[in-house]
Design a protein around this ligand. Structure first.
Ligand code: ZN
Length: 77
């Protein structure tokens, strides 16, 4: 089992996912093992191990991530 499913499997393309929305730095896709009827994962395309390790240079990605979350949340499923 890989340590970093998002980078090693999803972003690398090894595991195919059903994309909901994609921007330059962010990917939103349907969870591969959903817990809920609509279960979407939104990830940055850059490896960020945690919010705590975010650098100032990551602020733009964070804004883009929140924008994608907002847009995905507005979709009707
Ligand atoms: Zn990663």
């Amino acid at each position: 089992m890989t340590e970093d499913f998002y980078c090693d499997e999803v972003l690398s393309g090894k595991t195919q996912v059903n994309k909901v929305l994609e921007t330059e730095n962010v990917l939103a896709y349907y969870h591969t093992r959903p817990f809920y009827p609509v279960h979407i994962v939104v990830i940055p395309k850059k490896h960020i191990s945690s919010l705590i390790t975010l650098e100032e240079s990551d602020n733009e990605i964070l804004v883009e991530l929140l924008d994608v979350i907002k847009r995905v949340a507005a979709f009707s499923y």
